[in-house]
Design a protein around this ligand. Structure first.
Ligand code: GLN
Length: 454
């Protein structure tokens, strides 16, 4: 995999940092254990993995795709990083991402975009485009992403790979650089559903270092994937979300989606239409809630504690240093989010914007609750379109935000959801994703359906 990265990453740019020595040392340690007759630390011991650059890694630079953190080497491991190391998983390096995970294309990375391995002129999705592209380019067999509004599933869909957003609280956020704390969720990315399930079982589980971590066992996702692949879907009730089609969706995406639904039926599932009327308000609610939380979280980048500090002659006040540093360190999308968020939280506007968005969030949770009384899982296309061209949407933030139309409801509700490849669009030959959504803590249902379908 290191050779493959050396051969193709100049063109793909999935990695911000390749930890060649660390990876070789980790792989040799696994070999030494095996040679000494010790049982492997986990079923994935010795398997290489690409880690999104939003997780802290002791001794390995962590930038979050931002100039602000350029050169920062964390003094500690995120829980996800530590758990991977303890399982013997070999961390190849850190993957490219939109700055602070804000974006849908990786074009907001301060270090240049990642290219979609299917067509280098196109985006690999975002914010975790580097992780998904590394899988599609065969630079890594496993990767980790984070999903706040779709950043695991949307890159999965447009690169033809699997991406899972576990139930909120299912994977520890300790050491995950915060964007929107009530939404951020780490999860597995892989080329097959079973690979993702095996990784999910390693990174999932309760962590006392994360106050929102769920104190419950990891759902039996590996067994569910095996069961789905073996037994099919008889007795499984699948709901097609009526709101996610029509205007704004490419016909080729919808045709691939309809073919996938037919296949679910052929596998034995009972398929019905389900209306979730408030899902259409999820996107505007998200773009108030996520920037509000971001504006608060990003206050920690104050030029004193982390990363770069800009002060030309040393005579500036702390406030001037802070503002010079933030001016130079943050890209335009991050500044836009901070302005949106501080505005939505400001006195006199709080109830109108943030408060209303929180009420919409409750209505979306109720839509899911009502839907899951009728069906076991919901399905939709993961994204309205296939991978768009690099540059096509950079000057139009609203068009960029639309990439997450179908993924955001599960983030707002804290439910589990995944994207599994469902063929190539007959319009442009590019990958399409099938999104499967399940109730909180029923992550195993996603794997059963996706593994049966795959
Ligand atoms: N594209 C969305 C945004 O820009 C989602 C990002 C994410 O899930 N991290 O906020």
């Amino acid at each position: 995999h290191l050779d493959r990265i050396a051969a193709v990453d100049d063109h793909v740019h999935a990695f911000l940092h390749v930890d060649r020595e660390g990876a070789l040392a980790a792989a040799e340690a696994v070999d030494a254990d095996l040679a000494a007759g010790k049982a492997p630390a986990s079923p994935l011991a010795g398997v290489p993995l690409a880690l999104k650059d939003v997780f802290t890694t002791k001794g390995i630079p962590t930038t979050c795709g931002s100039r602000t953190l350029e050169g920062w080497v964390p003094p500690y491991d995120a829980t996800v990083t530590r758990t991977l190391r303890e399982a013997g998983v070999v961390i190849l390096g850190k993957t490219n991402m939109d700055e602070f995970a804000m974006g849908s294309s990786t074009e907001n990375s301060a270090f240049g975009p990642t290219h979609n391995p299917w067509d280098h002129a196109r985006i690999p999705g975002g914010s975790g485009g580097g992780s998904s592209a590394s899988l599609a380019a065969f630079e890594a067999p496993l990767a980790i992403g984070t999903d706040t509004g779709g950043s695991i599933r949307q890159p999965g869909a447009v690169t033809g790979t699997v991406g899972v957003k576990p139930t909120y609280g299912g994977v520890s956020r300790y050491g995950l650089v915060a964007f929107s704390s009530s939404l951020d969720q780490g999860g597995p990315c892989a080329r097959t559903v079973l690979d993702a399930a095996m990784l999910h079982e390693i990174i999932g589980g309760h962590d006392p270092m994360d106050s929102t971590s769920i104190d419950a066992p990891v759902p039996p996702v590996v067994a569910a994937a095996r069961e789905g692949a073996r037994d099919g879907l008889s007795g499984v009730r699948v709901g097609v979300v009526s709101e996610f089609r029509g205007e704004g969706y490419q016909p080729g995406v919808l045709r691939s989606f309809e073919a996938a639904v037919d296949q679910l039926r052929a596998l034995g599932a009972e398929v019905v239409e389900v209306s979730c009327p408030h899902f259409t308000y999820a996107l505007p609610a998200y773009y108030l809630i996520a920037p509000s939380e971001a504006s608060s979280n990003l206050a920690r980048f104050d030029a004193m504690r982390y990363g770069i500090r800009v002060s030309d002659d040393g005579t500036h006040s702390a406030e001037e240093v802070m503002s010079l540093t933030r001016e130079a360190g943050f890209g335009p999308e991050v500044k836009r989010r901070i302005m949106l968020g501080t505005y939505a939280l400001s006195s006199g506007y709080y109830d109108a914007y943030y408060g209303s968005a929180q009420k919409v969030r409750t209505l979306i949770i109720r839509d899911f609750d009502a839907a899951f009384e009728q069906v076991d899982v919901l399905v939709s296309p993961t994204t309205p379109t296939t991978a768009f061209k690099i540059g096509e949407r950079v000057d139009d933030p609203l068009a960029m935000y639309l990439a997450d139309l179908c993924t955001i409801p599960s983030d707002l509700a804290g439910n589990a959801a995944l994207s599994v490849p469902c063929g190539l669009s007959d319009e442009d030959g590019l990958p399409v994703g099938l999104q499967v959504m399940a109730p909180a803590l029923a992550d195993d249902r996603l794997y059963k359906v996706a593994a049966a379908y795959e």
